[in-house]
Design a protein around this ligand. Sequence first.
Ligand code: A3P
Length: 303
Amino acid sequence: GKGWMTEHLVHYHGFWLTPKAALKGVMWIQDHFKPRPTDIFLATFPKTGTTWLKALVFAIINRTRYDFSDHPLLTTGPHDCFPFLDAYLYQNDQSVSNLDAFPSPRLLSTHMPYTLLPDSSAGSRFVYICRDPKDVLVSKWLFMNKLRPKELPPLSLEEAFKLFCQGISHYGPYWDHVLGYWKESLKTPEKILFLKYEELKKEPLVVVKRLAEFLGHPISMGEESKGVVQEIVRLCSFENLTNLEVNKRSLQKFSSDIIVDSRHFFRKGEVGDSKNYLTAEMIERLDEITVDKIYGSGLIFGT
Ligand code: A3P
């Protein structure tokens, strides 16, 4: 499973993981992590809207603690407001005990497929977001080329397309990742809030209210009339976040060996931009795979 980066991906229980980071993360989680029923996981496949959702969840949960004009998100990147469980755990034993010391409810983000999480996490709550596979592929391809070492030639779209279609992608196959959470959300909707990037773009106010309710912090009538939902949406908008110094210039350190320029997490932030990159054949092929994969599941991508 090479191609995306210098590090090969390994196949583990049906998913493609990086041996250094992701696989170790899975091991750590399974061996050391003690989920609590009060934990709230933000579960995502890379490039589906993790950064946006981190900001939104943080802003919703902490909305009474901070003023919108002097908010931590104005000076701290979304990833730094929200621990990334997968990277947190594999670094060293110290961070495991740190995680144990976190007050409840803990907010934790993960890219782990639902089936690779420890069974005990079944009692926790999850927010999941999915996105049109075509947009995920293009977003990922451009992102990976930004991260690729200078001495390597850029990954071609053809190669990225081929790998993605075969399911060979970090935490992929993408469709299986989505379906894992989707099926679980049908069984236990009170445990898993299943969102779509496209829906969030189209009706952010509606989705934010739903999120707040799910997170146990429903928006009151008073807050609604004061425009709190609008403030949250504005604070976390692509336009606002991309124009902040912290997101333009800082480095995002997930672990000692995963360091990413923060601005790479903000590219275009739109629905359907993939049509500007993919050929008609690629679009047709990806749509075909998607129809095959989700057939009978009741899942529909997009709005
Ligand atoms: P594009 O490459 O299509 O622009 P992730 O955070 O999971 O890595 O996903 C990154 C994708 O989300 C990128 O998509 C990025 O531009 C987009 N994104 C980041 N912040 C956003 C925001 N506040 N609103 C909408 N989209 C956002």
